[in-house]
Ligand binder design. Structure first.
Ligand SMILES: Cc1cc2nc3c(=O)[nH]c(=O)nc-3n(C[C@H](O)[C@H](O)[C@H](O)COP(=O)(O)OP(=O)(O)OC[C@H]3O[C@@H](n4cnc5c(N)ncnc54)[C@H](O)[C@@H]3O)c2cc1C
Length: 417
């Protein structure tokens, strides 16, 4: 049996290793289109902070790891998939045959259609090559304008601040991390950033980037203008599915997969950032875009490719962010469900101590939560949501005082296990 894996990020690598373990005699090819050994994007901030060197970003530190496992690492870019002939055509024209195909091509940063987006000194922060370009310009005292204050934008901020740059962040949404947490939590994060000396401007877009002498000039739609040595674009991502056009694989902002990570075409699977998989406890399919989920999805896909039955219970959406030292997290259905569907919520905020907790209920269960400045509740929240714990009288107690989460867990989850 021939297994072909497109994309050699965390999802591709873990799928290849899982296949090797469960299908010892099968041929496994792992195709990647970036130079160098497979690496982890989530290590990029640590590289920028100077905590690690490039080898520290590699997913497997031993260069002979793949050869030793009999995994053929191949450099190239998939251009199209022929499902009838079971072939992938590369950009070079070469074709690769497969019996089982895994799409693990991740996503790529969006390029907002702004005049000047192609100028030298304007970069996304997505690849190792981007990290090197950013490191060359982000020196102590450099003026940096960052477009976007979403999940990736907030992660980068930390690394930039550690390099001692003078940072301005422009977010077109009405608040920071608008797709990760409610307004009153975002407000707290924005105030925190200001206190750390980072100006976050919300509700405005970058209208134009120009060269101005040896530097760049960034104009915003609200009339403000900033000089910059470096502009970073962190304005969302698009899944890498273009090469699947015409293949018959159903895509909608990612490859749509079932709980076995199989696509609409039998024998073709997808995992990681490129996939949209069933969400825990809802009937939706969502993109998760975090490394632990990519790895777990890859494991499930590979087991099925190897002929074992493996089913995902649906991943719980979980985002944990460290923004300039303030830890925030959102879980599951943090946006809640309408009252008519049994929804209820409670919110507690301490502006002076930068603390926030919001719990979302459906019936007598916790289905989502958001926290800022609180780390001790992370495991408990996850346990209550994933365990589908019936809270009984503890729902009312939590509505009266959400900080009693640990007690609720001990009384209802632990007692039931
Ligand atoms: C700066 C930064 C910080 C992050 N921090 C965190 C964090 O703290 N925690 C966390 O959980 N997640 C974090 N993430 C997200 C995490 O990196 C991704 O969720 C993870 O990389 C997804 O793995 P993947 O294998 O699905 O995709 P990727 O890692 O994107 O790998 C896909 C690979 O496929 C290649 N490819 C694409 N198209 C083709 C093609 N046609 N042919 C061949 N190869 C192709 C790509 O070039 C890439 O090498 C961060 C991401 C970034 C950019």
């Amino acid at each position: 049996m021939k297994h072909l894996i497109l994309g050699n990020g965390p999802a591709g690598v873990v799928a290849a290793e899982t296949l090797r373990k469960h299908a010892p005699g099968d041929a496994i090819t792992l195709l990647g289109d970036e130079p160098g050994p497979p690496y982890s994007r989530m290590a990029i901030p640590y590289l920028l902070m100077g905590d690690i060197e490039v080898p520290g970003t590699w997913l497997r530190k031993d260069p002979s790891h793949y050869e030793r496992l009999g995994i053929a690492l191949m450099a190239g870019r998939a251009a199209s998939v022929d499902t009838a002939r079971r072939e992938v055509r590369l950009e070079t024209g070469e074709t690769l045959a497969w019996d089982r195909l895994l799409v693990a091509t991740g996503s790529r940063p969006n390029r907002p259609p702004i005049p000047g987006i192609d100028l030298p000194g304007v970069h996304p922060c997505w690849t190792l090559a981007d990290a090197h370009a950013i490191a060359a310009r982000a020196r102590k005292g450099s003026r940096v304008v960052q477009m976007g204050a979403g999940f990736i934008g907030c992660i980068i901020m930390e690394a930039l601040a550690a390099r001692g740059v003078d940072l301005v962040v422009v977010e077109m949404g009405d608040r920071m991390v608008p797709r990760m947490m409610p307004p009153r939590a975002s407000e707290l994060m924005q105030a925190w950033c200001a206190r750390q000396g980072v100006r976050v401007i919300t509700g405005a877009r970058v209208a134009e980037i120009r060269t101005s002498g040896a530097h760049l000039a960034v104009s915003l739609t609200d009339g403000q203008s900033f000089p910059a040595d470096l502009v970073i674009s962190a304005t969302g991502v698009t899944p890498n599915t273009d090469f699947l056009e015409g293949s018959g694989v159903d895509c909608d902002q990612g490859v749509l997969v079932d709980e076995r990570m199989e696509s609409s075409v039998k024998g073709i699977y997808a995992a990681g950032d490129v996939s949209r998989a069933p969400e825990f406890d809802t009937d939706r399919k969502i993109a998760y875009a975090i490394q632990p989920t990519a790895v777990e999805q890859a494991r499930i896909a590979a087991l099925n490719m190897a002929g074992r039955e493996a089913v995902s219970p649906g991943a719980l959406a979980m985002n944990v962010l460290d923004t300039l030292g303030l830890v925030s997290a959102s879980f599951g259905q943090w946006h809640g469900v309408p009252h008519a569907q049994g929804g209820a919520w409670v919110e507690e905020r301490d502006v002076d101590r930068f603390r926030y907790l919001r719990l979302e209920f459906k019936g007598e269960r916790l289905i989502g939560a958001t926290s800022v400045g609180l780390t001790e509740h992370v495991g408990v929240i996850r346990g209550l949501i994933q365990g589908r714990v019936a809270l009984g009288e503890w729902k009312q107690k939590l509505l009266a005082d959400p900080s009693r989460l640990m007690e609720a867990y001990l009384a209802r989850a632990q007692a039931a296990s």
